[in-house]
Design a binder for this molecule. Sequence first.
Ligand code: SF4
Length: 125
Amino acid sequence: MTCITCPIGCSLSIEREDGGSLVVTGNRCPRGAAYAREELLSPKRTVTATVRARTVVKAAEGGGGAELPRRVPCRTLSAFPRERVGELLSLLYGIELELPVERGKILVKDALGTGIDVIVTRSIA
Ligand code: SF4
């Protein structure tokens, strides 16, 4: 795998020893080994999404004058366990926010008991 921790992008090789421990080579610094181990053992990703706002706006030209729901962008404050991203998105897609909303507002505290908060990333009036 390629380490994406910094722009150098070292090519990493990972082998499992007889005792079960992982041996990482190809990394120029310790962060590469940590990245490889985390990717294999408990991969995480920053999750971005949008949630529905209660206010509706008229569609722009070409929208046929229909009313469209407004969406508010959000993201996790830190990397989130990849195997639970679907669960998190289901939670976020069920939320309806009152406007106005300020950037940085905590949308979901301790999402799914992971200790990771989800915040709003843009102020919308
Ligand atoms: S192993 Fe270190 S030097 Fe190489 S890409 Fe990862 S962080 Fe950068």
